[in-house]
Design a protein around this ligand. Structure first.
Ligand SMILES: [Zn+2]
Length: 196
């Protein structure tokens, strides 16, 4: 007898707290409260979330898995105390200017929880003396800092991170390299196993 199972894809458990995750597409954004995860429900952008398909979210601490695009876990919040995995202290203590004229959003991204990228993003008035302060802070704390100055708007974006996206992806690239190496070695073994 040919048995055809209901083809339900098992959603991953939350790597932080172990709770079963739920499909993002079946959750509602409660707009009377702060967003549970700004990457999933970014209220400043119109409508559709990039968390499509089998993307899922932990109902407890709101880490979300992007199954459709980047295949990583992400949590983005304005509340820096809202992370179940504590934010890296240097990011937590980053001196955010009073002249920030956007939301100040903290992020954690990871592929596996051993390597977490902590970051912070906001726009502010262009203020070179402030930029000097944060450059020194970033240097002292070993953070990557990017400041993009928009001269026309007198506005700048500030992004600070513990790891670059490239560093975050390094374990994944390494795994691909290992697979490739394995494949070459297997091919060689098959090659030597051939009868003369
Ligand atoms: Zn969780």
């Amino acid at each position: 007898m040919l048995f055809v199972a209901n083809c339900t894809y098992a959603l991953p458990d939350c790597p932080v707290c172990g709770t079963e995750t739920l499909l993002v597409s079946e959750q509602n954004d409660d707009t009377s409260k702060p967003s549970r995860n700004i990457s999933v429900w970014n209220r400043s952008m119109c409508g559709s979330s990039m968390f499509k398909g089998d993307s899922s979210i932990c109902p407890k601490d709101h880490y979300a898995f992007d199954a459709s695009m980047m295949k990583w876990w992400i949590l983005a919040l304005e509340n820096k105390d809202g992370f179940a995995l504590p934010l890296e202290k240097a990011v937590y203590d980053f001196p955010v200017t009073e002249k920030a004229n956007s939301r100040v959003v903290y992020y954690q991204h990871f592929i596996n929880k051993d390597t977490v990228r902590h970051s912070l993003h906001f726009w502010c008035e262009t203020d070179h003396s402030y930029f000097q302060v944060i450059r020194e802070y970033a240097k002292k704390s070993g953070l990557n800092l990017e400041i993009e100055v928009d001269r026309r708007e007198n506005r700048s974006t500030v992004m600070v991170e513990t790891l670059s996206m490239k560093e975050l992806n390094a374990p994944r690239l390494k795994r691909l390299e290992d697979l490739e190496l394995q494949r070459t070695q297997n091919a060689e073994q098959v090659g030597t196993g051939q009868p003369m």
